[in-house]
Design a protein around this ligand. Structure first.
Ligand code: PMP
Length: 427
């Protein structure tokens, strides 16, 4: 059966709006390490998927999953050593103000918990996010998605322009003044929430602004905005769903961006594919949430989540993946940066460990985003066996975010294909 008829059945079975990557979608049937294989046996280098952080079908994780499932899996209302140890290990990896954990099954759920926790702790409702953020798909969390710069002034969400140096809020400012300009926008958002009577509960951000396109943040912004939020009585929620678990070469994006959040939200890579989410904060905040909400999540905080979650952490350590992310990411970013002279379409190359972005533009003066080229390049790279995607406010940022087992050799292979595609697409 060809891809065409599978796609037709899919439209019927899942509904026509269910998104697919690439102009000619591919049917993936197997994964191993950094590689994915399609139904014709063709091998691709996976440069997109951050969930299988320790590699597709990682044997240590698969074994832990199978053994735990064959022994016990049960909901969270019994004592179980494994889940307590897993929570202790996670808090141990975080800064010392992070003491207790609420487990869930997705990034969305973990953000829901974080927002509810912030509202309970502060007694206020108002939330601030960036103008191009994505934090999840529930009704509450989706109210923070891609809100742009003018969400309803009567609601309880306000946005500020995400901090960046490539398309700065104002031209001609030094780093410090630019930082102040963004801080002023956050202060205005807080004021607006107060004026509306909602009050200010929390600022929620991805520490590396992943969905915004991994911008270069004006230095010091995150520490300064954290001070501002605290002075105004709010909490800082770090959504580590993308930036956590070694992606930046540090355990947490907040270490990379240098600030101390009050609440840490984790997801995607925690289970290498098994759904696990977590919200961590100081014990007093978690206690307040548990007292008020009596939170129960049937498939969360289970022996299975614990066994798999521990195996993932073990593998990150055993395979030295933080170092791998730092070294391979830095070299690949440098190589790509070196191509900016040769290819005018590359406006900027940014990177945090193994999360790289290549900003594609139509012309260097206007920096006009080239969304079309970004899509075409993604398709051409796929034809050459490399799977990437795009991100950013204008969908013109090539997003390179492979499993953390991505090697120098994989990077070299990719660079060859990248050069060929860019040459081909040059007019
Ligand atoms: N936060 C961020 C920063 C994300 O990118 C995503 C998903 N892309 C989520 C939260 C939501 O996670 P999930 O899809 O597991 O609900």
């Amino acid at each position: 059966m060809g891809n065409g008829s599978l796609q037709h059945r899919r439209n019927l079975a899942l509904g026509s709006g269910a998104e697919l990557f690439y102009a000619m979608p591919i049917e993936i049937v197997r994964g191993e390490g950094v590689y994915l294989y399609d139904s014709n046996g063709r091998r691709y280098v996976d440069m997109y998927n951050n969930v299988p952080c320790v590699g597709h079908a990682n044997p240590v994780v698969v074994k832990a999953m199978a053994e735990q499932q064959a022994t016990l899996n049960v909901h969270s209302r019994y004592l179980h050593e494994g889940i307590v140890t897993f929570a202790e290990r996670l808090t141990g990896l975080n800064h010392d103000g992070i003491e207790s954990v609420v487990f869930s099954c997705s990034g969305t759920e973990a953000n829901e918990v974080a927002i509810q926790m912030a509202r309970i702790v502060t007694g206020n409702g108002g939330l601030i996010c960036t103008d191009a953020a994505y934090h999840g798909n529930s009704e509450l969390v989706d109210s923070l998605s891609y809100v742009g710069l003018s969400p309803s002034e009567s609601g309880d969400v306000r946005s500020f322009p995400f901090p960046e140096r490539y398309r700065p809020l104002q031209d001609g400012l030094g780093d410090e003044e630019l930082c102040e300009a963004y801080l002023t926008r956050v202060a205005m958002a807080i004021e607006s929430l107060r004026a509306a009577g909602t009050g200010f509960a929390a600022l929620i951000v991805c520490p590396i602004f992943a969905n915004e396109g991994v911008p270069d943040i004006p230095p010091g912004f995150m520490a300064k905005v954290t001070d501002l939020v605290h002075r105004e009585g709010g909490l800082v929620i770090a959504d580590e769903v993308q930036s956590g678990y070694g992606r930046t070469g540090r355990w947490w994006g907040y270490e990379f961006s240098q600030f101390r959040p009050d609440v840490v939200v984790m997801g995607k890579p925690m289970g290498n594919g098994l759904p696990i989410g977590a919200t961590a904060a100081k014990k007093e905040f978690v206690d307040a949430f548990r007292t008020e909400r009596d939170y129960f999540n049937t498939c969360a905080s289970t022996p299975l989540q614990a066994a798999v979650g521990m195996a993932v952490l073990d593998e990150i350590e055993r395979l030295d993946l933080l170092r791998n992310a730092t070294e391979v990411g830095a070299r690949l970013a440098n190589e790509l940066r070196g191509r900016m002279e040769k290819f005018d379409a590359i406006g900027d190359v940014r990177g945090c460990g193994l999360f790289l972005s290549v900003e594609l533009i139509r012309d260097g003066d206007s920096k006009e985003p080239d969304t079309e080229l970004t899509l075409t390049l993604g398709d051409r790279l796929k034809e050459r066996g490399f799977l990437v995607s795009y991100a950013g406010k204008y969908e013109n940022v090539l997003k390179i975010r492979p499993p953390l087992v991505f090697s120098h050799a994989n990077a070299d292979e990719f660079l060859g294909a990248f050069d060929e595609c860019m040459e081909e697409l040059r007019e």
